[in-house]
Structure formats: C-alpha cells, structure tokens
Write a protein that binds this ligand. Structure first.
Ligand SMILES: *[C@@H]1O[C@H](CO)[C@@H](O)[C@H](O)[C@H]1NC(C)=O
Length: 98
C-alpha cells in the first residue's frame, strides 16, 4: 500500500511523538548510531534512504512545494528496522546499526 506523502509525514511525526513521550523506554529502543547525516543535494542523495536515530523510521528526500527538497520521515513496517547499509527496513533479528 502506498500512502500519500503528506499522510506519511504526519504518521512519521505521530510515531516520533509517541516515542518521546515514553521516555523511560527510550534506552531500549533500537537506535541507529553514526550513520551518515541526511542530505538532499546530489542525484545520489535523492535516491538514498537515510537513517534516523530511531531505527523504526527512515528518511528520504522529497520535493517540497517551494521547489526545494525536504526530508520526509517514513515508518518501517511493524517488526522491521531500518538498516542504512542495506537501504531497507529489515527483520528485527537481521538488523544491525547502519
Ligand atoms: C534474515 O537474513 C537471512 C539471510 O539473508 C534470510 O535468509 C532470512 O530470511 C532473514 N530473516 C528474516 C526473518 O527476514
């Protein structure tokens, strides 16, 4: 299923808000560390999926209404986590950071 971009953005922020509310659980959430920072400059950047610290989400570049590029938070499917090196959300048991 493909969601309209705006809905995906809202969903991503809802999940992020949920994570920051449950502060005591933060330390046990799977975290991507030392992954490359998201940039949306070159054609390669635009075709790259980027990690966020919260491994249940990833970022990609989307065209903004202003004509520039913006980053868009996307959730991984339940039971999967984003792995930068694989450029995909992978099963939790197969995941490692970046
Ligand atoms: C984990 O990775 C292995 C090797 O790539 C693959 O065969 C297996 O199906 C994966 N496990 C899950 C749960 O996706």
């Amino acid at each position: 299923m493909r969601l309209p971009p705006l809905l995906v953005v809202l969903l991503g922020y809802a999940l992020a808000g949920d994570g920051s509310i449950r502060v005591p659980r933060w330390t046990v959430r799977p975290i991507n560390v030392n992954c490359p920072q998201p940039v949306c400059t070159t054609a390669k950047d635009l075709n790259t999926l980027w990690a966020t610290p919260d491994a249940t989400q990833f970022i990609r570049c989307r065209p903004a209404p202003t004509g520039f590029w913006m980053i868009e938070l996307n959730p991984c499917a339940p039971g999967t986590l984003f792995q930068f090196s694989k450029q995909a959300c992978v099963a939790t048991r197969n995941w490692s950071s970046c």
